[in-house]
Ligand binder design. Structure first.
Ligand code: ATP
Ligand code: MG
Length: 174
């Protein structure tokens, strides 16, 4: 039985994350998804709360049901600790046990490797558009972004009026 770990900020959860998760679920029995920078919300970089991001991932998982069957996915919000040398033990202390880490982020790879974990790189999917920064930019500029995220994520963002929030907080008082 193997359990994989995949971490992101998911601001928002998009089709790039979705494809990575689909691939991971082909290889392992269970997955732990870490919601990084869980304490952050209502900023331009991190507009959505941890709870809202949990909803995005959880509802998007429904779409993978036919691929993953009954495989269990745990979604764990993880606050930042602002100390890289302690970060892996912080993550481990809050998550179900996992054997293999999936990431393309150089710092994440480095820290888990130093801690002795098996780390696997993931493929990049349409990284020009499937990128949180690009999706938030489109939301702010009033461009279409809906085709870059799973359908259930569109619904969550509509329900919480996420685009309105982002467009409000991007304004300054000057
Ligand atoms: P931001 O622009 O806000 O940083 P992001 O798209 O990089 O958003 P993150 O939540 O930072 O999203 O990413 C989490 C993980 O998902 C990272 O390891 C990142 O490399 C990976 N990832 C992000 N987009 C893609 C993609 N299109 N294909 C494959 N992996 C991706
Ligand atoms: Mg990123």
């Amino acid at each position: 039985m193997t359990r994989g770990f995949f971490i992101g900020r998911f601001q928002p959860y998009h089709l790039g994350h979705h494809e990575v998760l689909r691939e991971i679920l082909r290889e392992v029995d269970e997955v732990v998804i870490g919601i990084g920078s869980a304490q952050e919300s209502h900023t331009v970089e991190n507009p959505f709360t941890a709870g809202e991001r949990v909803m995005m991932v959880d509802k998007a998982l429904e779409e993978l049901k036919k691929d993953i069957g009954e495989k269990k996915v745990y979604i764990i919000p993880l606050e930042d600790v602002y100390r890289n040398s302690l970060w892996v033990s912080h993550v481990v202390s809050l998550c179900p046990y996992f054997d293999v880490v999936y990431s393309n982020n150089p710092l994440v790879i480095r820290l888990f490797k130093e801690a002795g974990f098996r780390v696997k790189r993931t493929k990049m999917f349409n990284r020009m558009s499937y990128q949180g920064t690009e999706i938030r930019r489109r939301m702010i500029c009033g461009e279409s972004w809906e085709d870059l995220v799973p359908k259930p994520v569109v619904e969550v963002i509509k329900e919480i009026e996420g685009v309105k929030r982002l467009r409000e907080i991007v304004n300054s008082d000057v």
